[in-house]
Design a protein around this ligand. Structure first.
Ligand SMILES: [Zn+2]
Length: 346
């Protein structure tokens, strides 16, 4: 049911997508393509907002929430699925204006610290390690600077046993690492509805970025999280980008195939060029050849290549070496071991 159809920028579209759940679609600011979906969970005497849009979205979000809950509404909590600027942008402003708390997974707080450390590192160790092209590095530091400035303040870690009441039953947070280490989905078992964040999207493949957290293997955890979500057997999935969809298993199967192919490409890339940035040039990216990607997409491509190289290391076919630069070498060129690991997870 369409509640209020927004059109242009500055006017969110609000749709009822399930009993007691409303989607608030926010268009990206000018210069930023696309949109992000926020979800409002209504529980009679309590309301939860999932995600907080872009930095410039606060007024638009408040207007949208008011069309659902009416004037003088109260939001009990804002849950951030993960610490990316299109999901947390207005969190601090909303928390202050609504006197409410902001909750996220503890690992996302670690990310904030890592990003801050990268920003403060005068040596730019990361650029040297990854052999990033200078233009890409400039863009990365610009984005990091901006991200750190608008990080939500006074966030609280979400407890695993948190229960959110709604008109259609209780929701609980599901930790689904991979896109980021502390990514959260929310699941309503009675209604069979999953708010899937950026973990499972209907048509895009989420970026699997590497973060230097101890024992973190992004692709491994991502694939395990896909399996976890599939086992929940959701009837309806509500993603952060794109429209609601139904067949989780079909999408999960597609993503396993997608990453199997990408692992092969990264393996080939490492055989030809040892650096991660070099290997990234051998991968078929959905947005085109590496050289034609935007500077920021090149950065995401490098991080995704790194995650795949780490998975190859986990399978025992690649070895990592850190000196002044980070390099990998292939120690077993048969793909069988990788397929075995993938099948074991699937
Ligand atoms: Zn994201």
């Amino acid at each position: 049911m369409m509640v209020w159809k927004g059109g242009g920028r500055g006017m969110a579209g609000v749709n009822k997508v399930a009993e007691g759940v409303y989607r608030i679609r926010i268009k990206g600011p000018i210069g930023d393509v696309g949109h992000v979906n926020l979800y409002l969970i209504e529980g009679g005497d309590e309301a939860t907002l999932v995600d907080a849009g872009f930095f410039s979205s606060a007024d638009e979000i408040l207007d949208a929430v008011e069309t659902v809950l009416g004037p003088g509404f109260r939001i009990n909590r804002i849950i951030i699925t993960h610490l990316h600027y299109d999901h947390y942008g207005s969190a601090s402003q909303l928390a202050a204006r609504l006197s409410t708390e902001v909750l996220l997974h503890e690992r996302e707080k670690i990310i904030a610290k890592i990003i801050e450390d990268i920003r403060l590192d005068k040596e730019r160790t990361l650029v040297k390690l990854l052999q990033l092209p200078e233009r890409v590095a400039e863009k990365v530091y610009k984005v990091i600077q901006r991200e750190v400035e608008i990080y939500p303040k006074h966030v609280k870690e979400i407890e695993g046993d948190t229960v959110i009441r709604s008109k259609s039953g209780r929701w609980r947070p599901i930790h689904t690492p991979g896109h980021t280490p502390g990514h959260l989905c929310l699941f309503n078992e009675e209604a069979g509805v999953l708010i899937s964040g950026d973990h499972l999207l209907p048509s895009e493949t989420s970026n699997i970025a590497y973060y230097p957290i101890k024992d973190y293997n992004p692709l491994l955890e991502f694939l395990q999280s896909l399996k976890l979500v599939e086992k929940l057997n959701p009837k309806l999935l509500l993603p952060s980008h794109g429209d609601a969809f139904t067949d989780a298993s079909r999408r999960v199967s597609f993503l396993f195939q997608h990453h199997e192919k990408r692992l092969q490409e990264v393996m080939q890339g490492i055989m030809e060029e040892k650096s991660i940035t070099g290997a990234a040039r051998h991968v078929k990216w959905s947005r085109g050849d590496f050289e034609n990607l935007s500077d920021f997409d090149k950065w995401l491509a490098v991080l995704e290549t790194l995650s795949h190289a780490e998975f190859l290391a986990y399978c025992g076919v690649a070895e990592r070496r850190i000196d002044k630069t980070l390099t990998y070498s292939i120690v077993d060129s048969s793909f069988e071991k990788v397929l075995e690991k993938l099948h074991a997870i699937r």
